[in-house]
Design a protein. Structure first.
Length: 670
């Protein structure tokens, strides 16, 4: 069964070389060649190990077939003639596929007639110029050609490229040298030794490990496969379990293949260790974050999924009303995204400085006496720099100034990186980060992420501040408007009392003055009572006390009570029907008083009050007409009843708003 699997893998490897050779894109061809080398070397090493363990005719035919197939596949992968046309390309592909398949079949047929002295156990000698001889010569030429290609590739690299590919080239050279040594020995002495195959397999595996380490560490197969990190992270634990079970099975298989016994103690020890490892990964947040860091830095071009981090921060900012809500959302996304637990945040303004509002142990764990003054070198530094990194590769004079002035401060907090919370030139705050717990260094990806999050946080902080300032401004505006309304009535009362006080020493003994004084005091007390009542109706619900009254008689009484105050204005009351209503006379009179005073203050000289029943509305309607200038169009129809909206000089805009509230409380409208 194992022999058949090896043959199938070799044929697939041959056709992968044929199909891969058709690629015209240089980057894709190079990546495919790397993948094929990484797959072909362990396949060939496994076949060498099999022959070293089973040194017989079946194993020998397998190895010789594999060597020829690998040689053909490498030729198809590396050597490509110039392309002429699309039709010529298809024809050439058909021809080379036919040639490759024919060569593989001929190799298998030729190797089936190998003439050797059987049986052989420790050594095998073969005749010159036979199938074994020419197959070894062919493979040797191919290996030498590969070595020459590797040397040309190394010469074409610059300094950075050589640093990236050094282990890959060393591993490739090790594999080539091992094959050249073995094939040269085979051609020179016409002898095959099992220990040579065993050593050759180990050398190939050693070279393969060097190549794999270079591919992983330097991301030599860095292709843009758009796979979400969430999918990869969710796949890690099942993959580890699968790798563990596969490795356990491979160990058992190899030990049985080589006749070794897997003891009871070793088997259950491996099971226990695997369970412990998987449990630690599932339960340890630090280990999982290190796995995330390894995946992000070795399998992706960018360290972060900026879109996911931005969406997470945007979601955290939904429904925030205070600056601390924004700070907590920013701290949460930094804790989740960055590979550090040492996070400090300052917020403020250039005018007032910046106060620490978040630290790893909370403000109780860190002294709040760590502000950043408005004249701090950091504030000046952030005007022209996106971040401050203690390990800056190319420091400038501004960086050196900050380092000299803030070195002790940064060391006391354990900070490595500082980034501004800013939008444009406006610095709203500062973020401070300690070193990564992974042992890595902050790079461009971290700077880009902090810049994006800092700008978004600054926008939210400014929006919250503007909302607070607007709310305070509205409160002050309302208070000024409302105070002017209340103070107007109080001022009138105070003025009358002041006149009374001035005239009292000279006229206190006169009965007429005493009578006028008592009437004035009653008027002032009544006015103050109305002010108190209005204050209460603006903050509490209006609760009418209803009783039955005649509407016509009520309107006449209201006008008589105000006639002396509105002496320059005439009034005509028209109430044709005897109308009896059930309402609060005090509240209704306050509405009429407000409307009549408005007409008088607007310059009206004649006012008409009409009352009657409206059959359509099934209600009592009271209409007041006057000959004044009318109401500004901009206040009609609804803005007239908004508080503090008025066109009257010195007006407060409270009267009609309050009058409408009273009317609604009586079951009507204004």
């Amino acid at each position: 069964m194992l022999i058949r699997c090896f043959y199938i893998f070799n044929v697939l490897f041959l056709f992968s070389g044929i199909f891969g050779g058709r690629l015209t894109h240089g980057g894709r061809r190079f990546s495919l060649i790397l993948i094929q080398l990484l797959a072909g070397i362990p396949l060939l090493a496994g076949e060498y190990l099999y022959l070293a363990r089973h040194f017989d005719m079946r194993g020998l035919r397998l190895v010789l077939f594999a060597e020829i197939v690998c040689g053909l596949a490498v030729i198809f992968m590396v050597w490509r003639p110039p392309r002429l046309s699309s039709s010529g390309t298809r024809l050439y592909f058909f021809i080379e596929s036919l040639v490759g398949a024919t060569a593989a079949l001929m190799a298998g047929d030729a190797l089936s007639f190998i003439s050797v002295s059987e049986p052989f156990y420790a050594t095998l000698s073969f005749a010159p110029y036979g199938s074994i001889y020419f197959s070894a010569l062919f493979v040797l030429i191919v290996v030498l050609y590969i070595g020459w290609c590797i040397e040309q590739f190394w010469r074409g690299l610059d300094g950075a490229g050589r640093w990236m590919y050094k282990f890959f080239v060393v591993g490739s050279c090790l594999a080539c040298v091992a094959l050249v040594w073995h094939l040269s020995y085979r051609l020179t002495y016409l002898t095959l030794l099992p220990r040579h195959f065993f050593l050759l397999a180990l050398l190939l595996i050693g070279g393969w490990l060097l190549m794999v380490s270079a591919v992983i560490c330097h991301r030599l197969l860095n292709r843009q496969l758009f796979v979400s990190r969430k999918v990869v992270y969710a796949f890690v634990l099942p993959s580890l379990l699968g790798v563990y079970l596969l490795g356990f099975g491979m160990v058992s298989f190899l030990m049985r293949t080589f006749g070794l016994e897997l003891s009871y103690i070793l088997a259950w020890l491996l099971v226990a260790l695997g369970g412990i490892g998987i449990g630690l990964f599932a339960l340890s947040g630090t280990i999982r974050r290190r796995a995330h860091f390894f995946i992000s830095t070795h399998f992706y071009i960018n360290k972060y999924e900026y879109r996911d981090e931005w969406l997470a921060f945007s979601k955290g900012l939904q429904g925030v009303f205070t600056e601390m809500d924004v700070v907590r959302a920013l701290e949460a996304v930094l804790m989740k995204s960055l590979y550090t637990t040492e996070i400090f945040i300052w917020i403020g303004s250039v005018a007032k400085g910046y106060q620490m509002v978040a630290s790893p142990g909370g403000l109780n764990g860190q002294s709040p006496d760590a502000p950043i003054d408005s004249h701090d070198p950091l504030v000046t530094f952030f005007k022209d720099h996106a971040c401050f990194h203690l390990k800056e590769r190319v420091p400038d004079l501004a960086w050196q100034e900050v380092r000299s002035f803030k070195g002790t401060f940064l060391a006391s907090l354990g900070l490595t990186l500082l980034a501004p919370i800013a939008i444009g030139p406006q610095l709203v705050g500062v973020m401070g980060l300690g070193p990564e717990f992974t042992g890595g260094e902050y790079g461009d990806d971290d700077f880009d992420l902090l810049t994006a999050l800092g700008g978004q946080a600054a926008s939210s902080l400014l929006a919250v501040r503007m909302a607070d300032e607007l709310a305070h401004a509205r409160e002050k505006h309302v208070w000024r408007r409302f105070s002017s309304f209340v103070l107007h009535d109080i001022k009138n009362a105070v003025t009358m009392l002041s006149l009374l006080q001035e005239n009292a020493p000279a006229h206190i003994h006169k009965p007429e003055f005493q009578r006028d004084m008592l009437e004035l005091v009653d008027e002032v007390l009544s006015r103050m009572g109305r002010v108190e009542k209005r204050l209460m109706t603006t903050d509490a619900d209006i609760k009418p006390v209803n009783r039955s009254l005649d509407l016509g008689f009520f309107l006449d009484a209201c006008w008589q009570a105000m006639e002396t105050r509105l002496a320059s204005m005439a009034c005509q009351i028209e109430c044709r029907d005897d109308i009896e209503i059930h309402t609060d006379p005090g509240l209704l009179s306050s509405i009429l008083e407000n409307l009549l005073l408005n007409a008088f203050e607007a310059g009206g000289t004649v006012v008409t009050i009409r009352a009657g029943l409206d059959g359509d509305l099934r209600a009592v309607v009271v209409v007041i007409y006057d000959d004044g200038p009318g109401i500004a169009e901009g206040l009609l129809p609804e803005r007239l009843f908004e508080p503090f909206k008025t066109t009257k000089e010195g007006g407060s805009g409270i009267g009609l708003w309050q009058a409408r509230r009273v009317a609604v409380s009586l079951g009507g409208d204004l």
